[in-house]
Ligand binder design. Structure first.
Ligand SMILES: Cc1cc2nc3c(=O)[nH]c(=O)nc-3n(C[C@H](O)[C@H](O)[C@H](O)COP(=O)(O)OP(=O)(O)OC[C@H]3O[C@@H](n4cnc5c(N)ncnc54)[C@H](O)[C@@H]3O)c2cc1C
Length: 499
């Protein structure tokens, strides 16, 4: 596949961002929004690494209270409020239940105190009022939960998001503000003058072209690859991050309309069972990982840990293969500190090298906007003033049934489009106006329509079938008997590449 990179070659940018996960995308967005000439290069697809493999929570992180990380929790709760406002189609409030059993390491009083503190730290940004639950309440709200030994629990509120699309919307916002962005372009080395980094040598992963990109400042938001890229700056460089692996499984069907926060009986660690696209997202694990970040995957041990830990609370659930729709694993790029993985802080730090490169380390998805703000302040000595807006944010003007009639599509599809594209959903339907056949569903397994494939390629920079399946439309969470959706998308991509 031949692509044209002339625009990257001709300019000198104020800022070049390496990495198109949430931290790179958020930074390019904020930089563009504040008048900087910015570029971003991503070696895979946007959110194809950690930022598409998260637990999908925009949260303060109630569990960090037991590490006394109050500053991080407060900062995250502030960011939660900003994201809920900026992208209501992608970030939504969600209720969580914490059931407590006889003999649990964290007793009921501790959980009550925890949710009280959590809500207190959110202050006026609280999403909903917490409440205590009796064992009977919990059994009613969570069908199939083990009753034996159940003492009661608490309910509190947090937020859930679509991680891959939130990342993509930051990319699209950045492009809208004038940033030049390319996926499937890897930074292979740094260009230097007088010891200072002045640009990069980049390689088109799909076509093989190699070209130079020049910039006054370079920020590496490469997540788990930070130690690897740092070596390309100086082979003597010391490691700046520590990576731990987190795996998830997706269980067929919902356990409850509420998310559950549970301790594992294996090691006492907390994990979640979360309603997700009609199914249940279960995770995560947290284990040290020192291998090549390109090769992270879910192991049978990860699946066993999550299945057995959940089965303690849901003894009648069958965790055999047929009920596990999919699984995925990602790496946390944590600030390099000693201690057990779960105890290492999730706060962020910016590391500047002698050559002037800045590396983003640590952080949570939730705090990406703050990380971008701190980076702009450090690198350009400039504050962030404008309100934070996202590509699909803003009011949806036309109601669902009206839109369904106008474009002759199923109302469920309109709901699906509104949930994915927010106020921009009619941009997708504009493709239907030009070609009525694009109103057809891609497959029986989901409400997605063919116009979304065309939109992913034409407007959302999708270059491979997986970019569409896994990150633009997230079809991996819709079990499919025929595989027709995959076939249709692959055929569309082949046709697009041949024309
Ligand atoms: C299992 C798990 C669950 C999590 N759950 C949550 C959660 O629910 N809520 C929350 O707030 N946080 C969560 N986190 C943390 C959060 O997901 C991460 O902090 C965040 O996604 C990191 O984003 P990033 O952009 O730094 O890294 P990444 O998303 O990994 O992005 C880095 C990008 O850099 C690219 N890259 C690397 N080298 C190069 C190169 N040479 N040239 C070009 N590109 C390059 C990579 O391809 C990659 O796409 C979770 C983390 C894990 C692992």
């Amino acid at each position: 596949m031949e692509r044209n990179f002339d625009k990257f070659i001709k300019k000198e940018y104020d800022l070049l961002v390496v990495g198109g996960g949430i931290n790179g995308a958020g930074l390019a967005h904020l930089a563009g929004d504040h008048g900087l000439k910015a570029a971003l290069l991503e070696k895979g697809d946007f959110a194809s690494a950690t930022s598409g493999k998260s637990t999908k929570l925009i949260h303060g992180g109630i569990r960090y209270l037991e590490n006394f990380d109050f500053g991080l929790v407060k900062e995250s709760l502030k960011e939660r409020a900003i994201q809920l406002k900026a992208a209501p189609h992608l970030v939504r409030p969600l209720s969580f239940i914490i059931p407590v059993y006889k003999g649990d390491k964290r007793p009921l009083w501790m959980m009550k105190l925890g949710v009280f503190l959590y809500e207190g730290l959110a202050g006026k940004r609280s999403v909903g009022k917490h409440r205590r639950l009796s064992a009977v309440n919990i059994s009613e709200l969570v069908p199939g939960i083990r009753r034996e030994g159940l003492l009661g629990g608490v309910l509190y509120y947090d937020a859930q998001m679509d991680d891959a699309r939130l990342c993509l919307e930051n990319v699209l916002s950045a492009v809208e503000k004038g940033a030049d962005i390319a996926n499937y372009v890897e930074v292979v080395s740094f260009l230097k003058e007088g010891g200072k980094a002045t640009g990069v040598l980049a390689r088109d992963v799909l076509g093989g072209a190699v070209f130079k990109v020049r910039a006054k400042k370079i920020v590496c938001a490469v997540g788990p690859w930070a130690n690897h890229l740092l070596k390309k700056d100086s082979y003597r460089a010391r490691k700046i991050i520590r990576t731990t692996k987190g795996a998830h499984i997706v269980y067929k069907g919902k356990f409850s309309d509420h998310a559950l926060l549970l301790p594992s009986d294996r090691d006492g660690r907390i994990f979640f069972v979360i309603p997700w696209m009609g199914h249940s997202l279960i995770g995560t694990t947290d284990t040290s990982f020192a291998k090549n970040p390109d090769r992270v995957e879910t192991s049978p041990g990860d699946i066993r840990y999550l299945s057995e830990s959940t089965k303690r609370v849901f003894p009648d659930r069958d965790f055999s293969g047929k009920n596990i729709i999919t699984s995925f694993a990602g790496l946390r790029p944590l600030i390099r500190r000693k201690g057990s993985p779960s105890k290492v802080t999730r706060s962020h730090a910016l590391v500047e090298t002698k050559s002037g490169l800045v590396f983003v380390t640590g952080g949570k998805y939730t705090t990406y906007r703050k990380i971008a703000e701190d980076t702009l302040r450090k690198v350009f000595n400039r504050g962030v003033k404008k309100p934070f807006r996202l590509y699909g944010g803003g009011k949806i003007s036309v109601n669902r049934d009206h839109a369904a009639r106008k474009y002759n599509v199923d109302p469920n599809t309109i709901t699906f489009l509104m949930g994915k594209y927010g106020a921009r959903y009619e941009d997708v339907l504009a493709f239907v106006e030009k070609d009525k056949s694009l109103a057809e569903r891609i497959c029986d397994c989901s409400p997605a329509i063919r116009a979304q494939i065309a939109y992913s390629v034409g407007r959302e920079m999708a270059l491979t079938a997986d970019d569409i399946i896994l990150r633009r439309l997230t079809l991996q969470f819709f079990p499919c008997k025929t595989n027709n959706c995959r076939i249709q998308i692959a055929q569309f991509m082949q046709k697009a590449q041949n024309t």
